[in-house]
Design a protein around this ligand. Structure first.
Ligand code: HEC
Ligand code: HEC
Ligand code: HEC
Ligand code: HEC
Length: 178
């Protein structure tokens, strides 16, 4: 009996540790971010994203240009269902299982594509002094050099090069100065 208790304790501990790991974080979608990141005096990250091409990235796959590209590549599925296209056009690449009910891949390339799945950091990142904790919980603060070219690269059928300064200027968003 005692041995069983020990085994159970170990199993539970491992399960708990796994539960708090970054890998277990879920994508939650943009609605909860909008709540705090939409207002002008809060930096407007949501509004800037909503007007950007990233918010339209899934819809693009439903258009004629996308269908033409997919056909030329011999992809049988419609592009909006094809893993070969969803890989870069939606957060999580179209096959993510770590998603909350609030997540909808039709939102395209969302905040969480660049800042990490938010279920773990959402509630704790809102104070500057919690920054380290939030990062530990999965918040990616925005490493342009690492992020952008994971999608903006020659594997994109329409790729014509990537100029960081020019491209960042089109989606630039930041917190207001304190
Ligand atoms: C309850 C309000 C609230 C919600 C909800 C919220 N945020 Fe924030 N967020 C804040 C505040 C306040 C800050 C500024 C914290 C500070 O002063 O460092 C912030 C900062 C950030 C930062 C900057 C971190 C840094 O220091 O570089 C990112 C990125 C971010 N939020 C992303 C998100 C994403 C993605 C979501 C949705 C999943 C989200 N936030 C939801 C309030 C919120
Ligand atoms: C998860 C994949 C992904 C990541 C990461 C990503 N992008 Fe994009 N980006 C796309 C897709 C897909 C499009 C095309 C959207 C469309 O037109 O439907 C796009 C379009 C854009 C556009 C509009 C196209 C243009 O030429 O004006 C800009 C600007 C842009 N991205 C900047 C960036 C920057 C800067 C970064 C890094 C901070 C970044 N992107 C990271 C997938 C991504
Ligand atoms: C490696 C990531 C990646 C993959 C895979 C990918 N795309 Fe894209 N797609 C992008 C990025 C980034 C952009 C915006 C910049 C560019 O054209 O490279 C984009 C832009 C587009 C555009 C808009 C071009 C424009 O000028 O408006 C279409 C249409 C498109 N992709 C269709 C597809 C289709 C169809 C597939 C699947 C066969 C696909 N993409 C696969 C990353 C990708
Ligand atoms: C294409 C990638 C990308 C997307 C999409 C994106 N961000 Fe960011 N975000 C970044 C990068 C990169 C930075 C850091 C830029 C820098 O170096 O100053 C950043 C910075 C921020 C900051 C400011 C941090 C500061 O200290 O000023 C906040 C807040 C933020 N993002 C929130 C959001 C929210 C909320 C969304 C969705 C509505 C979003 N971001 C969508 C890439 C992205």
């Amino acid at each position: 009996m005692k041995a069983l208790t020990v085994v159970l304790a170990i199993v539970l501990t491992v399960a708990l540790l796994a539960g708090t790991s970054v890998a277990e974080n879920k994508f939650v979608g943009t609605k909860s971010c909008a709540m705090c990141h939409k207002a002008k005096d809060k930096g407007e990250a949501f509004t800037i994203w909503q007007k950007s091409a990233h918010a339209n990235a899934f819809k693009t796959l439903e258009g004629d240009a996308a269908k033409k590209i997919a056909k030329e590549k011999g992809i049988a599925k419609p592009p909006s269902e094809a893993p070969e296209c969803l890989a870069c056009h939606v957060t999580g690449g179209g096959a993510a299982k770590n998603v909350d009910a609030t997540f909808d891949m039709k939102e395209g390339v969302t905040c969480e594509a660049c800042h990490g799945a938010a279920s773990g950091f959402k509630m704790i990142h809102t104070k500057a002094e919690n920054k380290a904790k939030a990062v530990e919980a999965g918040l990616l603060t925005g490493d342009k050099a690492r992020i952008c070219e994971t999608c903006h690269n020659a594997k994109s059928p329409t790729f014509k090069g990537f100029k960081m300064a020019e491209m960042w200027a089109k989606i630039e968003h930041k917190l207001p100065k304190k």
